[in-house]
Structures are given as C-alpha cells and as structure tokens.
Design a binder for this molecule. Structure first.
Ligand SMILES: NC(=O)c1ccc[n+]([C@@H]2O[C@H](COP(=O)([O-])OP(=O)(O)OC[C@H]3O[C@@H](n4cnc5c(N)ncnc54)[C@H](O)[C@@H]3O)[C@@H](O)[C@H]2O)c1
Ligand SMILES: N[C@@H](CCO)C(=O)O
Ligand code: NA
Length: 438
C-alpha cells in the first residue's frame, strides 16, 4: 500500500540497460510501489532517436536530455547513457538541484566520483551505482554497508564480462578473438566502444571504484595499473593449459603495508594465469566473480551475471527502490567514505610470479645463457621447460620459464636482458601467474 507521494523518475538512455529498466519499471510498478511505500512514476525518457523506441510510451520520449534533468519535478535521475560527456554535466545539474542519481556509469565514477559525491552531499541527495561494478552482483552495497565495520585487505576478481566471455570462448572452443568479441557485442555485454573492455579501461574503472570503497580512500582511474587482453594469444592459452592454468583478466585491489608499517593501496588490472583449482578459474562467459578478504569476516565470494541488459537493470532498480525508501523516510544513503586517505602505490611495489616464453636457438649453451640472464637480474627461476616451437617450423625451440615472485620492475630488466642474448630470437610472451602450479 502506498503511503507517500510519487517518486518521479527521469531515465537517461534506453539502450541495452535503459530499455530493460523502462520495461521492468512499467511491468512491476505496483510491486515497487508496495516495497517503497510510494509509487514510482516514470516522467521522461531521454533518447537520441525516439523512432527507435516503440516500447516506451511516446509522450515520455524526449531528445532534450538537458531539459529533462533540469525539470524541478524530477526526484531521481537514472543515467544509463554512459561516457563522461555530457553525462558529468547532466548528473551535476540533477544533483545540484537536489535530485538523487542512480547510475551504471563506472567510467564517470572512476574519473569524477568525488565531484559527484560532493554535489550530492551539498544538496542532501543520494548517489547510488550498484550497476556500475559487476552488473547484477550485489557488491557495492555489501562493501559500502555490510562490511563497513570490518577492515578489508583485498578485493580481487573478474569484473569485465566481455573479456571473460572472449577468454572463455578462446579457451573452451578455440574460437578466434575477433569472433568472440563480435558475439559479446551482439549479446550487449560490450561497451559502446569495445576497446574500453579489451584494453582493460572498463575493469580499471571498476577497480578504482572498488578500491575507493574498500579502503576508504580516493582511488581514481589513473591510479590503476592497466593491461588488457589484446596481447593474449592462442599460444598463451595453450601454454597456460600445459601448466594446468586458465588465463583470466583480473582486477586486484590490495591494502599494502610498507616496511615502516605505513599503509598504502595497490589497484591493478592485467591478465593472469590462474591454476584450474582456483575458484576464479571456473568463472566463464559473461559471469563475474569477486573475492573479498576482510580481517574479521575472512573470505567472501560474490558471483553472478556481470553484464547484460536485464541483470544490470536489476541492480539499477534495486538502487531506485533504495532511493525511494530513503526519500520517504526523510533520510539518505551512504556518503563518500574517504577518510583513510591512503597513498596509491605503482607496480614497483608489487611482486608476481611470471611465465615467460622465448623463441631460442636449439643448441647447447642456450639454457645456461638464459639462466644467467635471470641470475644477473636477481630473479629466481621456479621451472624451465624446453619444447619444439609452438608455432611455425624452423631450427629453433620454445623455452618456457616460470619464475618465483619477483618485483615488476626487475622483471622488465630481465626481459630486456633476455632479448639482447644472441641465442634468443624473441621473447614471445610474459604473463603473471598466481598461486601454486602443478
Ligand atoms: N551493457 C551492459 O551489460 C552494462 C552493464 C553494466 C553497466 N553498463 C553501463 O550502463 C551504461 C549504458 O550501457 P548500455 O550497454 O545500455 O549502452 P547502450 O549504448 O546500449 O545505450 C546507451 C543509450 O544512450 C543513448 N544516448 C547516448 N547519448 C545520449 C544523449 N545525449 N541523450 C539521450 N540518449 C543518449 C544511446 O543512443 C543509447 O541508446 C554505460 O555506462 C555502461 O557502462 C552496461
Ligand atoms: N562492458 C561491461 C559491461 C558491464 O559493466 C562488461 O563487459 O563487463
Ligand atoms: Na553490482
């Protein structure tokens, strides 16, 4: 039963996510009203081309997005347009006049989160963004609220559905990279510009958001080290299989303790060879999964659909219900929590194990020369394996070296030394490895 005045909602964008938000709002309006205690009323939907949206009642459609957010009868703006321009200005306008905002826009939050929080604070409005990280999976709310009484030490996971879909297809079906990307785009997982997915920008934005919330510190997109999957080859996937691993693009956010006991934060995104027994190795397709380690709670795992129209709309609508309940209660949701203000560390502070593939001359002395280069750089070797060449014929052989943990910077020196060796034709790939190998 509805008790309060209607919560008036403006929807910006009716693409993959927005069209599902509009559908569910219309279909389930009575249920939402009962859950909130006040009806939700969709008062406008901003789109680029109204003719393409027969599913939205025509009187709600507008191309005047700036006019819609400026309307003083709009209580909540739901933004599913994406990108920084013009969304930053639109959301600031909405917040400054006291409207709450629900957004799925990780790129905007990772670049301009503090500015949006400040505008929300100044006007006493809410800023919710569950859909921005790991789609349908409840992750932002558990981190911001459920775990607010704990000390989180690590957040690590698969947070980009498109790249996970591509890597899964390349691994299971031997499907080519381009074909898998086209399918992810067709299914609505990929960003409007899919380089945001494959080059790791999308995952890096999510890592920045996760690290900020988990460590009560402002972490921006530029603080996140980033490598995408464009360099991951079919040969890398075969090499990973040989050592009992699966390649995944991981976002890793860690609380680091310096030698002097001071704390810092590291956030990074890069491909990793994960042992098949690792729980994240079995997360396939557009599914996401995130591990959270906290001092008192221990290890938690969040798993589910990380992309797609309806799953993402589920998270958007959950936020909308929360905003509606807050309004009716005369309260607000959580604000920015950044008081810890920890410094962000670069990759120089991070050590990893590495899997390095080399094309070498198949002759005596090669192994000693390669081992010597590692020794000179102070990198300890865990295993070495020599194989016939992985691709192509020729006189050479493929050498595969797996190291013990070594600092990132030292590893780049080692690769430079290896490339200069007379017997080494090429360093064909360098990839980080996690955990124990068989
Ligand atoms: N697709 C997913 O699986 C998914 C998951 C989580 C988060 N997101 C995020 O949700 C947002 C939307 O993603 P999407 O997949 O629905 O994108 P989309 O490209 O399918 O939809 C965006 C829509 O916004 C419209 N639009 C663009 N500029 C506009 C403007 N100035 N005025 C009015 N309309 C405008 C476009 O025409 C398009 O219809 C992005 O921030 C994305 O990162 C998407
Ligand atoms: N493009 C994103 C959408 C979900 O944020 C992905 O593939 O995960
Ligand atoms: Na989520």
């Amino acid at each position: 039963m509805s008790r309060g005045p209607a919560l008036r909602v403006a929807l910006l964008g009716a693409g993959v996510v927005g069209s599902q938000v509009a559908r569910l709002l219309t279909e389930n309006g009575d249920e939402f009203a009962a859950r909130i205690g006040a009806p939700l009323e969709l008062v406008g939907v901003a789109v680029r081309r109204p003719a393409r949206h027969p599913e939205v009642p025509a009187h709600l459609l507008t191309t005047d997005v700036a006019g819609l957010v400026a309307r003083d009868d709009v209580d909540v703006v739901v933004e599913v347009i994406g990108g920084i321009d013009p969304t930053r200005e639109l959301l600031l306008t909405a917040l400054r006049r006291g409207a709450s905002v629900v957004t799925a826009n990780k790129a905007l939050l990772a670049e301009h989160g503090p500015e949006l929080y400040e505008a929300a604070d100044a006007a006493g409005a809410d800023l919710y963004f569950e859909a921005a990280v790991a789609g349908a999976i409840p992750l932002i709310r558990p981190l911001r609220e459920s775990l607010a009484g704990d000390r989180i030490t690590r957040v690590m996971g698969i947070v980009n559905g498109t790249t996970n879909f591509i890597l899964s297809a390349m691994t299971a079906d031997g499907v080519g990279y381009a074909e898998a990307l086209a399918e992810a785009t067709r299914l609505g997982f990929a960003e409007a510009d899919p380089t945001a997915d494959v080059d790791g920008f999308d995952a890096a934005a999510k890592a920045a958001i996760l690290a900020s919330i988990a460590f009560h510190t402002r972490v921006g997109a530029s603080d996140v080290y980033r490598e995408g999957i464009a360099e991951v080859s079919a040969a890398d996937i075969r090499a990973a299989r040989r050592i009992g691993c699966t390649i995944k693009l991981l976002a890793i956010c860690e609380r680091l303790t310096d030698d002097d006991g001071g704390e810092a934060v590291s956030a990074r995104v890069h491909p990793v060879m994960l042992p098949d027994a690792h729980p994240l190795a079995g997360v396939d397709g557009a599914y996401n999964a995130v591990y959270v380690e906290a001092e008192s709670a221990g290890r938690l795992m969040f798993y589910g659909p990380g992309a797609g129209g309806a799953p993402t709309a589920s998270a958007v609508l959950g936020d909308l219900v929360a905003v509606g309940r807050n309004r009716l209660a005369g309260g607000r949701g959580p604000r920015e929590s950044a008081a810890a203000d920890l410094p962000a560390r670069s990759m120089e502070s991070v050590s990893s194990r590495f899997h390095i593939s080399l094309d070498v001359d198949d002759r005596s002395g090669v192994l000693a020369a390669v081992a010597g280069a590692f020794a000179e750089a102070g990198v300890s070797i865990s295993t070495v394996r020599q194989e016939g060449r992985d691709t192509g014929g020729g006189e050479g052989a493929a050498l595969v070296v797996v190291t013990h943990a070594a600092p990132d910077t030292v590893l780049s020196d080692t690769v430079a030394r290896l490339s200069e060796l007379e017997y080494v034709h090429r360093v064909t790939s360098v990839m980080r490895v996690m955990g124990d190998l068989r």
